[in-house]
Design a protein. Sequence first.
Length: 217
Amino acid sequence: MSTRIAAALVTAAILSVTFGLFLIFFSPGGKQTPEAENGFLDLTAWRFAEDGVVPLNGEWEFYPDKLLAHEHFASSSANEGGIAPVSIEVPGSWSDRMQALGMATYRLQVKVRDPVSVYGLKTSSIQMSNRIIVNGRVVGNSGSPGDKRNYEAMNRPYAAYFTLMPGWNEIIVQVANHEFPAGSGINESIYLGYAAQISKLRDRALTHDWISVTAFL
């Protein structure tokens, strides 16, 4: 019995250290990061080279029960078509905006001043499937969001890379969940940064996963 208790304590200590390193790795460096307000996030004062990646946290536009794409917002009559948004806090569950099971669209407009560099996004947990569209182009997905007949669940973190225009850029996240009532939506932060920074963040996340698996073994 004492051997089992010792093994459990050692495992708990390893996991504590592992997840402590995880928090350090994903910390934006201790600097106060800007947050989105009413679906807009101005990052023109954020120096990615010096300040690092930034979590896209704050108030996003939210469209319950709809999977919308860039063309739905490009029309000047979008609001007349019945797609006026509500606001939602990211990260977090959408359960206070709609039922846990269903589909929805998140939209954020991000302003940058450096269009030369290739940018990237790093996701963590978006339940239970998602598709990310940047300026009208699909840049990444996990599973296939849709209605119950056209839906594939897969909550897998990934990195996506793209270029941005000077000024305002549109980020759309389509999300669907038809089977996991315990949580829905963008549950953990999405990070934006230069491509090399996002690649490093992805590698750190993979390292964390391997360490976790090793610790459990």
